[in-house]
Design a protein around this ligand. Structure first.
Ligand SMILES: Cc1cc2nc3c(=O)[nH]c(=O)nc-3n(C[C@H](O)[C@H](O)[C@H](O)COP(=O)(O)OP(=O)(O)OC[C@H]3O[C@@H](n4cnc5c(N)ncnc54)[C@H](O)[C@@H]3O)c2cc1C
Length: 265
């Protein structure tokens, strides 16, 4: 294994169809719903594992959340990641993106000096897309967001990211260490490797770190570190679609259809 080290930030999210908001606290109600890995984070992990295949890199999964995230991290280990760490402490709860990125950045610092930090483009629950840029800011390193592919130049210590733009694509190059966010569905995540699955689920130890472990300042984590306030929320009203059946023979239907369309022109 080389000393090329990649941290992949992975979040466990409620399945989108089961997301509920607690009307009292205005927070996502996570305890009653089934969860999954945030789908774009599977693309982020796949991108890291491809670099592992190419350069024998060390791939480390990092997540922040409650203890029930742990079995999900084992899925990532069974896909081929080398290690997984969970930042879990009651004091991290209620974090907005500022506090989340601070906490993750402290975890990344504790992991040593990774060459790349790879994230999904956004989560399917919070969906702000602010975490990757926030990490780059806290860590004081460059970022390339929304890439569909990357290539490394380990000698020059640069990473090039390909980003699709209207009518083509652009290549962006930054020095490493850098933060990358990966466009959703830009690759096909691999299945778990059944030869390592048993070890991943039964033997591999997942590091669980508290506020003290990452030497975080309590003023920057959880609720005290979160200046965002949810002042209210509303259920989106879905307008009923208009629908009309046009009976009759084909020519008659066409004539009536044209008449109906003309009303909207
Ligand atoms: C106004 C507001 C209030 C909120 N209140 C609460 C609350 O009370 N309680 C609560 O639990 N949450 C709350 N959240 C959600 C919480 O702030 C977000 O889950 C968190 O900040 C990450 O933001 P995001 O989901 O938008 O991530 P994005 O920026 O959309 O995620 C991009 C990528 O960053 C990485 N990433 C994001 N989160 C994590 C993570 N936890 N671990 C590892 N990698 C990660 C992943 O790679 C992900 O694909 C709130 C969010 C908002 C906007």
């Amino acid at each position: 294994m080389t000393d090329f080290k990649i941290v992949v930030c992975m979040k466990v999210v409620p399945k989108p169809e089961e997301i509920r908001v607690d009307p009292e606290t205005r927070r996502l109600e996570r305890s009653q719903v089934r969860s999954e890995f945030n789908p774009p984070d599977m693309n982020a992990l796949e991108m890291a594992l491809r670099l592992k295949d190419l350069y024998n890199a060390r791939v480390i999964i990092l997540s922040m959340g409650p203890a029930f995230f742990e079995p999900y991290l084992r899925i990532g280990l069974a896909m081929g990641a080398d290690e997984a760490f969970l930042l879990s402490d009651r004091r991290f709860a209620g974090a907005d993106t500022l506090a989340t990125t601070y906490t993750l950045a402290k975890g990344i610092e504790k992991l040593g000096h990774p060459d790349l930090i790879i994230c999904g483009e956004e989560s399917s629950d919070g969906a702000t897309g602010q975490v990757p840029p926030g990490l780059a800011e806290w860590l004081g390193i460059p970022q390339i967001t929304l890439v569909t592919d990357i290539e490394m130049d380990l000698e020059q210590r640069v990473v090039r990211g390909r980003r699709e733009v209207r009518g083509g694509h652009e290549m962006l190059e930054v020095p490493t260490p850098a933060v990358i966010s990966v466009k959703t569905a830009s690759n096909e995540p691999r299945f778990m490797d059944y030869e390592i699955k048993d070890k991943a689920f039964k033997q591999t130890k997942i590091g669980v770190w508290s506020c003290e472990d990452i030497e975080a300042d309590e003023g920057y984590i959880g609720v005290p570190g979160s200046p965002t306030i949810v002042t209210g929320f509303e259920q989106a009203t879905i307008r009923e679609r208009k629908r009309e059946f046009l009976p009759g023979a084909r020519d008659e239907v066409v004539r009536r259809l044209l008449e109906s369309i003309q009303d909207y022109l």
